[in-house]
Design a protein around this ligand. Structure first.
Ligand SMILES: [Mg+2]
Length: 232
């Protein structure tokens, strides 16, 4: 079917944001008097759990922490504080778009494509990243944003992509998804979407079976190539 929309993941796909998330988590833990430190190796493991609140819950359950009960009760509060800290870092310019993203988005828009976001990250995080990097309201760039807790089941479940498709009013067969992680790829595939993977810093060793194509980034990807990648 004719290509009508591109749907993007955010973290690791639009920008390499995971180190900024990790920093925001660690600084927030410290603010709450929690003696937790998520180093790179641990964070790489924790990224298999999608969603910040879910990641903290997993971390608390997996470790016999002395302040475990208090920590469980604080998850929502910590997450809200972490989101605030993260968006401050993004507004300060901590994350730039990955190579080729700005150009492809502009080209697709010019060609009349619909553009959408399907992410497990919280809406304020998405809005901050778009606002800073495009210098305009998120709605000026993306027709649809499906984010965070809007769906019951996070990636690799297809829910957030199905929500984006419903808001677009389009079938998966006329869309392409862009992802950087195995969980994200599974989510998009489970929603019936052809998916292009751009490998990111934390996803290098992951399994991308089923991807349309696996690329280092979108630097050399132009809009006119996309249909060819779908085999049309
Ligand atoms: Mg991602």
């Amino acid at each position: 079917m004719t290509l009508k929309a591109l749907i993007f993941d955010v973290d690791g796909t639009l920008a390499e944001t995971e180190e900024i998330h990790r920093r925001a988590f660690n600084e927030t833990f410290s603010d709450f008097g929690l003696d937790w430190l998520w180093d790179r190796d641990l964070y790489k493991e924790l990224l298999h759990v999608t969603g910040g609140k879910e990641r903290m819950r997993y971390f608390i359950e997996a470790n016999s922490l002395p302040d475990r009960d208090r920590a469980f009760g604080l998850i929502a509060e910590i997450h809200a504080a972490k989101t605030s800290r993260y968006t401050s870092l993004i507004h300060a310019g901590a994350a730039r778009l990955r190579p080729g993203v700005r150009e492809l988005v502009l080209e697709a828009k010019t060609e009349g494509m619909k553009l959408a976001i399907a992410t497990t990250t919280s809406l304020p995080n998405v809005e901050a990243l778009i606002q800073v990097n495009w210098g305009t309201c998120p709605g000026d760039i993306f027709d649809v944003i499906a984010a965070g807790d809007e769906v019951p089941n996070k990636k690799p479940a297809p829910d957030v992509y199905l929500l984006a498709l419903a808001r677009l009013g389009l079938e998966p067969s006329c869309c392409i998804a862009f992802e950087d992680s195995e969980n994200g790829l599974k989510s998009a595939l489970n929603a019936g979407l052809d998916t292009i993977v751009t490998v990111s810093g934390y996803s290098r060793d992951q399994d991308f079976s089923g991807a349309l194509v696996i690329l280092p980034d979108l630097e050399k990807t132009v809009f006119s190539q996309l249909d060819g990648m779908r085999g049309n």
